[in-house]
Design a protein around this ligand. Structure first.
Ligand code: 13P
Length: 277
């Protein structure tokens, strides 16, 4: 069934479980996320990131994911990841997305709150859930020039007081797009943030976080952890190996079988780490 993520994140966090939000790029990975979620009795969160949104119009993703969600036996939420403007958010809602992130992380906190408020009004009117970011999670891609700003407790308090949101992404040592699990989470900061927050926290950059830290993070009121690079690597590396070993295969449906199997292993593994088994 198609849902937004309002209750999904709160229910998970109160159970010391975390919903993995997966960056998906079309039918193959969306199908697997839903399949694994159904097998585990877990909710599914399909997220469209900026790369995907630049490749294909949101209305096509929205139409596809919406039918897949409606036909699923589990809760499925369709979420816009890193929306940068009111226009993008509105476009996603019109395309059938049930949840959005407004990413004001590049702005000073007061401006971030001001913009988030406007978006929150739109979301509430449309029964769409909203995630915002406090502080700034950087990227393992220097050319993007996104500087890390660790989340400050006072800024969290200002955001919570100023805007009604369903999830707040925080920067606690997590970094987007790491290919190895080498991030070091600042658990003292995370605990201080958790202590002042009655809103589920969101962690981006899960690919780079070591397994034992992911498991520990379940105690800190986190509702969602975003996973992208790990699944993309499983797809790309497996496809490359398969084509080297099978140079005569050219059929797209045949080519994606092995990568889909490997993506499924990664997706199931992240669900297990986050408390779903
Ligand atoms: P990774 O690609 O580092 O797993 O992060 C995904 C993410 O945070 C999307 O918002």
């Amino acid at each position: 069934m198609l849902v937004n993520m309002k209750n999904m994140l709160r229910d998970a966090a109160s159970n010391q479980q975390i919903v993995p939000g997966f960056n998906v790029f079309g039918y193959e990975d969306a199908k697997i996320v839903i399949e694994v979620a159904e097998e585990l009795g877990a909710p599914a969160l399909l997220m469209t990131n900026r790369d995907a949104a630049g490749f294909m119009d949101l209305k096509y993703y929205g139409a596809l994911y919406k039918i897949m969600a409606q036909e699923s036996t589990t809760q499925v939420c369709i979420h816009l990841d890193h929306g940068k403007s009111k226009e993008e958010v509105v476009k996603a809602i019109q395309a059938g997305y049930t949840s959005v992130m407004y990413d004001g992380s590049a702005l000073p906190i007061e401006e971030n709150i001001q913009h988030s408020k406007v978006i929150a009004d739109i979301c509430r009117a449309c029964d769409v859930s909203l995630e915002v970011e406090v502080g700034c999670v950087s990227y393992n891609e220097p050319h993007l020039k996104v500087e890390e700003r660790l989340t400050e407790v006072e800024d969290m308090e200002k955001m919570i007081e100023g805007v009604e949101v369903d999830g707040i992404a925080v920067a606690v040592g997590n970094v987007h797009k790491m290919q190895e699990q080498k991030a070091v989470i600042d658990f003292v900061r995370l605990k201080n943030i958790y202590d002042v927050s009655d809103v589920p926290l969101v962690i981006h950059g899960t690919t780079g976080i070591p397994d034992e830290q992911i498991i520990k993070m379940r105690q800190y009121g986190i509702g969602k952890m975003n996973v992208g690079t790990a699944v993309r690597m499983a797809f790309g590396h497996t496809l490359r190996e398969f084509t080297i070993q099978n140079p005569n295969v050219f059929d797209r449906i045949e080519l994606v079988q092995k990568p889909m199997e490997e993506m499924k292993k990664v997706i199931r593994d992240k669900y297990n780490l986050l408390g779903w088994s």
